[in-house]
Design a protein around this ligand. Structure first.
Ligand code: IMP
Ligand code: MG
Length: 185
């Protein structure tokens, strides 16, 4: 894999801005769930860095669980429509106040299928927290209750978002220069 410096066309959201916004979201969520009893569900793998930081800035007691869905074929960068659960939750969410934590809402298909699936399990409440939103690409309506940033229609990486599974670790969100990218063979 190439160095990220060779692929980065611009830093869209630097680490300081990300951390400040995550703290604000954490404070807002803490105020909205004063009794705790909150379950954060991280959508693997892109939601991991965001959820870890968010969780540390939430001051009310909460649980965490994880699920994985695939809506992109392996190696693809476009959503195909409906998401398939590849790793299910460990917890029973019946009666829980659930907050889904996702890296980005793009077409909206991933979150929309996850929401439909989780609703059938009768949580007490079900809300969505997304770090990024690319509204220009939306195909399925998704209610985003907590949002970090709205971004333009560009392919981004870092802070959970991957380029062919690499670079989720970058502390910022950057725009990929896809013309300079040589996909691994
Ligand atoms: P949706 O189903 O089209 O909303 O796709 C959401 C998923 O697509 C996210 O969880 C990401 O994994 C992936 N995705 C969408 N846009 C980007 C991007 O710009 N960079 C990296 N991953 C992205
Ligand atoms: Mg992805």
């Amino acid at each position: 894999m190439q160095n990220y410096q060779d692929l980065l066309s611009e830093i869209l959201i630097d680490s300081e801005k990300l951390q400040a916004r995550v703290k604000e979201l954490g404070a807002q969520i803490s105020a909205d769930y004063p009794d705790g009893d909150l379950l954060l569900i991280c959508i693997l793998r892109g939601g991991v860095p965001f959820m870890v930081d968010l969780s540390r800035s939430i001051t009310v007691p909460h649980k965490m669980d994880f699920m994985a869905v695939s809506s992109y074929g392996v190696g693809a960068r476009e959503s195909t429509g409906s998401a398939r659960v590849t790793l299910d939750l460990q917890m029973d969410i019946r009666g829980m106040q659930v907050l889904l934590v996702e890296d980005i809402v793009d077409s909206g298909h991933t979150i929309s299928s996850v929401l439909n699936m989780l609703k059938t399990r009768n949580p007490k409440t079900l809300k969505v927290c997304a770090l990024l939103d690319k509204p220009e690409r939306r195909e399925a309506h998704v209610p985003v209750d907590y949002l970090g940033f709205t971004i333009p229609n560009k392919f981004v990486f870092g802070y959970g978002l991957d380029l062919d599974e690499y670079y989720r670790n970058l502390p910022f969100v950057g725009v990929v220069d896809l013309e300079k990218y040589q996909p691994p063979t």
